[in-house]
Design a protein around this ligand. Structure first.
Ligand SMILES: [Zn+2]
Length: 392
């Protein structure tokens, strides 16, 4: 199966990944986590939630659909259900291994991200895929629609940063490099199966890259995963992220593989979210063998489109054109204008239209509700219709 086996229209409309979780789903996730709801019962319930999510996308007229990540606790910690050698730890629990607890808790408060709300998939043993990470989700999604589908996976750098917590991981792996080799292996195993299933797009999420490249100049550490893990200077970390990404995708040239990077979307408070354009990141992006870069551009915090345009016009652009965190849908005319600006560097067939990020960043605190999310998708598809009329 090749990327070209999925002919997609110019200005393909899609989502980044997560969909708002209903109160009932949040309750079910909580019950499952506490062992009070069997996996099979949870899945039957989640099936219905995913059906509704897919219906919203089809009704809005999206070209490339996702399952909304509704079975996941969050976009990466769900791995603990699928991978041996991992354990979900609350940050409150992990605080035991932090030296300056008071400073750390103050940081979480500053970032509007309480410790109890965050859970990290910590490596506590040898990593091995117990079951596919997302292949079963893909199969279910395909029973709901004949449209091309996209699946999302946490990126290898994010996983390596997040899962390595020295106090807990040292017993299983000598160092982070050794653990990273197994992270790469399990993502590659997944890609083999996803390719065989005919997925139209696999998107790796690497939100922590912005923290690496941008947060130092604000003197802020992010809540995001890996907060507790050690890291070296930004240049080395970015080089390591490039290396890991390329090791994962090596040999999958026929598969459309996206890279999504954002600046944190856990809060509606703009002042706590990371600001900065892609200047420090584009050299790393350009070295990554990704088919597509799925980037925030609805938020002014992301800066000028020209930055990505000059460096990444060889690849597809997933143009973030609506803000998942605001209460009203964008004007399709504004989306059209932004996409037409992108035409300076990219051809129509290279431009995908999507929100800046997922709609349900945290399990316990969705950034928006379903009706607003659906209205934003309709704004995107309305813009795409105009763009296709004008630019074929
Ligand atoms: Zn994101």
């Amino acid at each position: 199966m090749t990327a070209t086996a999925h002919p997609l229209p110019a200005f393909t409309t899609t989502q980044v990944g997560s969909w708002p979780r209903s109160d009932a789903l949040l309750a079910a996730l909580r019950e499952k986590r506490h062992g009070r709801l069997a996996a099979a019962d949870f899945n039957r319930f989640a099936d219905e939630e995913i059906r509704r999510c897919v219906r919203h996308q089809i009704d809005a007229g999206l070209d490339l659909v996702v399952d909304g990540e509704l079975r996941r606790d969050n976009f990466y910690s769900f791995l603990t259900d699928k991978v041996e050698g991992t354990r979900l730890m609350s940050l409150a629990e992990m605080l035991d291994t932090v030296e300056d607890k008071a400073a750390f808790e103050e940081m979480l408060t500053t970032l509007d991200a309480p410790a109890y709300a965050i859970r990290n998939p910590t490596c506590v043993g040898r990593l091995r895929r117990r079951e596919p990470l997302v292949v079963d989700d893909l199969r279910f999604l395909r029973t709901l629609t004949d449209l091309p589908v996209k699946v999302t996976l946490p990126g290898p750098y994010l996983l390596t940063r997040a899962m390595w917590v020295t106090a807990h991981t040292r017993t299983a792996y000598e160092d982070k490099t050794a653990m990273a080799a197994d992270v790469v292996a399990l993502l590659r195993e997944e890609l083999v199966e996803l390719a065989a299933e005919g997925v139209a797009c696999v998107q790796f999420d690497e939100p922590v890259l912005t923290e690496v490249a941008l947060s130092t100049n604000q003197n802020k550490r992010t809540f995001m995963c890996a907060t507790l893990a050690t890291r070296s200077d930004p240049a080395s970390e970015l080089a390591y992220a490039v290396e890991l990404f390329n090791r994962v995708v090596e040999g999958f040239g026929d598969l459309r593989i996206g890279l999504h990077v954002c600046r944190g979307n856990w809060s509606r408070r703009e002042d706590v979210l990371i600001t900065g354009d892609y200047v420090p990141l584009v050299p790393a992006f350009a070295a990554m063998r990704a088919t597509q870069f799925v980037l925030e551009y609805a938020t002014p915090r992301a800066g000028e489109l020209a930055v990505a345009g000059r460096a990444l016009h060889h690849a597809e652009l997933g143009l973030g054109c609506v803000n998942p965190r605001t209460e009203t849908a964008e004007d399709p005319g504004d989306i059209v204008a932004r996409a037409e600006e992108a035409l300076t560097w990219w051809r129509p067939a290279q431009i995908f239209l999507n929100p800046d990020c997922g709609f349900g960043c945290f399990s316990s605190r969705c950034v928006n509700d379903e009706q607003t999310a659906a209205a934003k998708l309709r704004a995107i598809t309305a813009a795409a219709r105009t763009l296709r009329e004008r630019h074929g």
